[in-house]
Design a protein around this ligand. Structure first.
Ligand SMILES: Nc1ncnc2c1ncn2[C@@H]1O[C@H](COP(=O)(O)OP(=O)(O)OP(=O)(O)O)[C@@H](O)[C@H]1O
Ligand SMILES: [Mg+2]
Length: 237
């Protein structure tokens, strides 16, 4: 299996043999946990290494994403001019029942090897009326999610899928998307100042050995940095 690196400092070495270069990776986290920044940084690092990146957003327009990236000093302009980085935004009103087809076409045409679809959660609003009705709402959502994730997986790129979780949802039932994807990264923001206020962990990675620790994470001047897991010494008396 071909392997790759995101280029995010400290994250790549959480995977023993590297990250599968193709497949779907869910980036799950609460609002403000850093999903969009994580994805932007992965695309930009990839683009610097001649891996073409495509950022599809249903949440923010391209200008806003570019401004966010530039605040970290990332040279988006040059990468865009070279054609190694492309942004495409859809407004929520533009999301119709042909969205799976449109997203797939966009990815195919771009020739991108690294893609972000921000976010899978927004797309789920469509599940209700998508391609017939299943007996229950849950079955309908499951069908839509598998159809979407299965479809983009065939395109041979590494696809990052931000997934919106509400603050304490990670304690609850696993979402359909979590079963459908190849890999799950969980970002948490505890909302308080302090060393471990932000954390990152890997919940699943098919065919891949990974570090099971929860690592502290920082969003600093140069973007996301993953730190070493803190060792906890248990003392038995
Ligand atoms: N230049 C910066 N320096 C440090 N921290 C920043 C900077 N820009 C943003 N942040 C932090 O990152 C957070 C936003 O990150 P991001 O947009 O990636 O979150 P998200 O998980 O995508 O949120 P949402 O679910 O709302 O889309 C902000 O709330 C802020 O705490
Ligand atoms: Mg976001």
């Amino acid at each position: 299996m071909e392997r790759t690196k995101t280029g995010i400092s400290g994250f790549d070495k959480m995977f023993t043999d590297g990250i599968p270069a193709q497949g779907t990776m869910l980036i799950s986290g609460s609002p403000g946990s850093g999903k969009t920044i994580f994805c932007l940084q992965s695309l930009i690092e990839g683009a610097k290494n001649n891996e073409k990146g495509l950022y599809i957003s249903f949440e923010q327009d391209a200008e806003e994403l570019i401004h966010q990236a530039e605040r970290f000093g990332w040279d988006v302009n040059t990468l865009q001019k070279k054609g190694s980085l492309v942004f495409h935004s859809f407004s929520v009103d533009e999301i119709g029942h042909d969205i799976i087809f449109r997203v797939k076409e966009l990815i195919k045409k771009s020739g991108a090897s690294r893609v972000v679809i921000d976010s899978i959660t927004t797309l789920n609003v469509l599940a209700g009326g998508f391609d017939g009705e299943r007996p229950t709402q849950e079955a309908q959502l499951r069908y839509f999610t598998y159809k979407f994730i299965g479809g983009i997986k065939q395109l041979g790129a590494l696809v990052l899928l931000p997934n919106q979780l509400s603050g304490d949802e990670w304690m609850e039932k696993d979402s359909v998307a979590e079963f459908a994807v190849d890999c799950i990264v969980v970002l948490k923001f505890l909302g308080a100042a302090g060393e471990s206020s932000r954390t990152i962990s890997i919940k699943k990675a098919r065919q891949t050995e990974f570090d099971e620790n929860i690592h502290p994470m920082e969003i600093g001047k140069e973007g996301i940095k993953v730190l070493e897991a803190e060792k906890i010494d248990f003392k038995f008396k």
